[in-house]
Design a protein around this ligand. Structure first.
Ligand code: ADP
Ligand code: MG
Length: 614
């Protein structure tokens, strides 16, 4: 017998228990999806202004958007009737039939944004339609109409959003610091400004200008002004087919550790799309260092009927009818753009790309399994003092039998004084592949990846100096001046104290300019600009979600990439000996920065098996 107890509890009388929710509650529920944070309000308002044909936009923000978000445009404006309707749910001028829904050429179409925003803030809309000198002003507080009056002014619309989430305390709690919210807003405006270079954007925070971008015919000059890179670092992308692909991609020497600087637009809309990203990375694979991403601004013109934008309320995802066509077009366009570089690289003019592993062939069919098992054992013993243990451990190309040889991997005999001289006792036989140091224990073979080893040593040193609060820094003779894009500069600015604890001393010079005075001693990177950029990228990527210890571990990992020796760099015997000594001071029981092995062992037994002796 089945007891249906739960539903019975509700039906205590004969009356129905289902209610139609009040309009304002519906709007607040929709706001949960559309209005995640101040930046989402900015995005919706700017989209509306663009759809209204504006050529100029002023965005004023106060207190990271908590206090005020105001977007003023010179678009077509609205009549009194339309202005009142625009604040109603599902009221839109952009579509009217189902056919329209599958042929969208505007940024908005759901008729949800204004009523949603109005339900969770104090919103004032003032608008004057084209050809008129008077218009309408409407004040709505928490979704309730407070005042509607006549208004005189220039053609266009201003929407002022104050005290966002004032009536939804649970949402208010989720707001982050002013800097964090502001960096999200800046990123949103950056995307819009890249997508619409012909629109003039003025953007102020607490009355200070952040962007003042004149209307421009030239995408590249607008982009480079914002991201603070040089125009010559970019290659034009252009493919005319059923799907047009245009934009720019950076050459391989300008790259980033995350995908943050890849901007993809489909029919003018910024989207995050795996297919396009995959095609882009596929095309860059031959020239780009492993684990690095290019800077890219790709614009796809896809027939509106071939793309579904109604996938998510925030409209940042799209669905394509013909995914393979999209992939092919992007791959072809980017490959063509990078052709010049690829040719140079294969003709040997470009340095060997580090981090690519050689394939090791073996006739043993159980080989892969045994390797995976060994990795499994190795990975299971890993634990980090910061509590991070989810770095992927990729399969090495040789059996990883470190634990059997190396007592410290079992977590024994460690400690400050208890240095086990394993690496320094090895006999160095030579180097192969310009990157791997070949050593012998007498019976077994040990291969060390010189770049990974340096990275690991730098990582551990950074961690130690941070933990001991004794940063070892190297003062720069001539301080380095770096201009950073707005959103990155804000994040660096917020973390100056934390960075100084690693030995990286950065000062805000004013505006977008930062001065680097010293770098951690564990690093001796010449590309300090690149280092700071990578750090900003990491802060943007994980700074908001991770605890400080996790964040620091990620930062050390980024910084360690900038340690001195690259794969392919020559090392003399003295340098190799020093590297081996340094490796002896490393505690290998914790995870390494990228999960790549620093060394692999091949035991005598293993070697004998390969030769069919066992
Ligand atoms: P959607 O953009 O999906 O249509 P919104 O709620 O964002 O829905 O806006 C509702 C309507 O209000 C729009 O369809 C448009 O007609 C009008 N509107 C909104 N913002 C503006 C603006 N800045 N200028 C002119 N009309 C606007
Ligand atoms: Mg809209």
């Amino acid at each position: 017998m089945i007891y249906l107890t739960m539903p019975m509890c509700y039906h205590t009388s004969q009356m129905g228990i289902i209610n139609l929710l009040p309009e304002n509650l519906i709007n607040q529920i929709a706001a949960g999806e559309v209005v995640e944070r101040p930046a989402s309000v900015v995005k919706e308002l700017i989209e509306n202004s663009i759809d209204a044909g504006a050529t100029e936009m002023i965005v004023d923000i106060e207190d990271g958007g908590r206090k005020l978000i105001r977007v003023t445009d010179n678009g077509c404006g609205m009549s009194r009737e339309d202005a009142l309707l625009s604040l109603q749910r599902h009221a839109t001028s952009k579509i009217s039939t189902v056919t329209d829904l599958f042929n969208i050429s505007t940024l908005g179409f759901r008729g949800e944004a204004l009523p949603s925003i109005a339900s969770v803030s104090r919103l004032k809309l003032t608008t004057v339609p084209k050809g008129s000198i008077s218009g309408t002003s409407i004040q709505i507080d928490g979704g309730k109409e407070v005042e509607v009056k006549e208004f005189g002014g220039a053609v266009g619309t201003t929407i002022e959003v104050r005290d966002l989430f004032f009536n939804t305390p649970a949402r208010l709690k989720f707001m982050k610091s002013t800097t964090t919210e502001l960096s999200h807003i800046t990123e949103t405006i950056t995307r819009m400004a890249i997508s619409y270079p012909s629109i003039r954007f003025i953007y102020n925070h607490n009355g200070s200008p952040i962007y003042n971008l004149p209307s421009s015919k030239d995408l590249l000059s607008r982009v480079c002004g914002m991201i603070k890179e040089e125009e010559k670092s970019f290659l034009p992308v252009s493919l005319n087919s059923k799907i047009n692909v245009s934009g720019y991609v950076s050459g391989p020497d300008i790259n980033r550790p995350t995908q943050k600087s890849i901007y993809i637009f489909v029919n003018g809309r910024f989207v995050r799309d795996r297919v396009i990203l995959h095609a882009l990375m596929d095309a860059c694979r031959t020239v780009m260092e492993k684990d690095r991403y290019p800077l890219a601004f790709l614009f796809l013109d896809v027939p509106p009927s071939d793309v579904d934008v109604n996938v998510h309320p925030a409209k940042s995802e799209v669905r394509f009818k013909k995914t393979d066509e999209i992939h092919r077009a992007v791959y072809a366009a980017v490959s063509e753009a990078l052709k010049g570089w690829t040719e140079k690289k294969t003709s040997g003019q470009w340095p060997v790309v580090s981090g690519q592993r050689n394939e090791f062939q073996t006739p043993d069919s159980n080989y892969q399994e045994r390797v995976m098992e060994a990795i499994g054992r190795y990975a299971a013993s890993n634990s980090s003092e910061f509590g991070v243990r989810n770095y992927p451990i990729p399969s090495p190309t040789l059996p990883l039998k470190g634990r059997e040889f190396f007592p410290r991997l079992q977590g024994e005999g460690q400690g400050e004084g208890g240095v086990v001289e394993f690496f320094s006792s090895l006999t160095v036989l030579g180097r192969v592949g310009g990157t791997y140091i070949v050593c012998s224990t007498g019976n077994d073979l040990c291969l060390i990846d010189q770049h990974a080893a340096h990275e690991r040593i730098a990582f551990e040193r950074l961690k130690k100096t941070y933990r001991d609060s004794r940063p070892e820094s190297q003062t720069l003779l001539i301080p380095e001046v770096v201009d950073l894009p707005q959103s990155e500069g804000m994040l660096i600015g917020e973390h100056l104290e934390v960075l100084s604890r690693t030995g990286l001393e950065v000062e805000h010079f004013g505006g977008d300019t930062f001065v680097i005075k010293s770098v951690p001693a564990a690093l001796s990177d010449k590309n300090i600009r690149g280092l700071v950029r990578d750090i900003a990228d990491e802060l943007a990527h994980s700074g908001r979600t991770k605890s400080i210890d996790e964040l620091m571990e990620r930062l050390f990992s980024r910084m360690a990439c900038h340690s001195a020796v690259e794969g392919g760099d020559y090392m003399d015997p003295r340098e190799i000996a020093a590297l081996l000594r340094d490796l002896d001071s490393i505690d290998f029981s914790s995870n390494c920065p990228h999960g790549r092995p620093v060394f692999v062992m091949l035991s005598q037994v293993e070697i004998e098996k390969m030769f069919g002796r066992r």
